[in-house]
Design a protein around this ligand. Structure first.
Ligand SMILES: [Zn+2]
Ligand SMILES: [Zn+2]
Length: 322
């Protein structure tokens, strides 16, 4: 059977974070200020996770396991097979400062790995490729993806971490077979929403409408695709910039609560996600909103009607049920 769906005994709350610093935008200048604030935001998040006993999956760009790197025979990371995108000029790693964490902290994150591993509520470290290659885009061959995954797995092992969960850069899914061959158990699929199949431009408008009208976020069922669990996203906790500048934080909270309630009632998963730097657009307000969501999760958890698992734990549980 190619696709398999499992009925859960109760709802699950999953939180996944795309941890990429400057790699996600290849160092977009206007966001550098947000990346500079990211470590402080991570501290605040970990504080909230301890306070509310929340486990999250941190999907890390593998380069962030490093605190320095330098070219070998003039080439940055020669062990990585380069993607070949139409829009790419020069070498994929031209953006890599090939320096160290003190000089260019936006490109290295070994300290962040330690912070996460030292959280008193056990967190999961997952994978978001080594250098934020867009796996699902034409030009990314399976061997390029495979070489990135292998380097990530080795770097994670050096920290005692076994990678189980994967988040695709830009949520562009591809090469599931390669992911499975590299022993991953699950990935976060594209948010299940009513505008999922709209063209890109309309999707942005629909995304704004969806948020301003507080349509409830969806609860999702895990689906096994090609031997690996798709734990689709339910809701992207929206930043407070651009079109979302005027979107009150209470709307994000209401939307999340409605999705959590659905997960409880339908025994499904509510999968919340964002990038820690998204909170840099208005840290205090957005963190306060998250705190309300976590308190709500706990109110259901105390009643025994909701669990909070990492992506990896969810996949392991599902595998034990087959
Ligand atoms: Zn490097
Ligand atoms: Zn990303």
């Amino acid at each position: 059977m190619d696709e398999q769906e499992i009925k859960l005994p109760k709802g699950i709350f999953i939180l996944s974070l795309d941890m990429e610093l400057a790699w996600g935008t290849r160092g977009e200048k206007k966001l550098m200020g947000h990346y500079a604030k990211e470590r402080q935001i991570i501290d605040s998040l970990l504080f909230l996770f301890e306070k509310y006993r929340i486990k999250a999956t941190w999907a890390m760009v593998g380069h962030l396991f490093l605190d320095n790197c330098r070219p070998i025979n003039g080439v940055n990371h020669p062990e990585i097979v380069r993607p070949n995108y139409k829009w790419l000029k020069g070498d994929w790693f031209d953006i890599d400062p090939a320096s160290n964490i003190e000089k260019t902290p936006e490109w290295y994150g070994k300290d962040i790995v330690y912070k996460i591993l030292n959280c008193r509520v056990a967190q999961e470290i997952g994978c978001h490729t080594f250098s934020h290659i867009i796996v699902g885009e034409p030009g990314c061959a399976a061997d390029a993806f495979d070489s990135e995954l292998k380097v990530c797995r080795n770097l994670a092992w050096q920290q005692g971490v076994g990678l189980k969960s994967f988040v695709f850069p830009k949520n562009m899914i591809g090469h599931l077979k390669t992911l499975k061959e590299n022993n991953f158990l699950c990935f976060r699929g594209v948010n299940k929403n009513w505008y999922k199949y709209f063209p890109e431009k309309l999707k942005m408008i629909a995304h704004a409408i969806d948020n301003y009208f507080i349509l409830p976020a969806s609860a999702v069922s895990p689906i096994k695709e090609k031997g690996i669990w798709n734990l689709a996203g339910s809701y992207f906790y929206v930043h407070k910039s651009g079109w979302a500048r005027f979107l009150p934080v209470s709307f994000r909270v209401a939307k999340s609560k409605a999705g959590i309630k659905k997960a409880v009632q339908q025994c499904k998963v509510f999968h919340l996600w964002f990038h820690p730097f998204n909170l840099a657009s208005s840290p205090e307000e957005l963190l306060a909103g998250l705190e309300k969501i976590f308190a709500y999760v706990n109110s259901w958890r105390q009643k025994g009607m909701l669990d909070n698992f990492t992506m990896g734990e969810t996949a392991e549980y599902l595998n034990s049920q087959i």
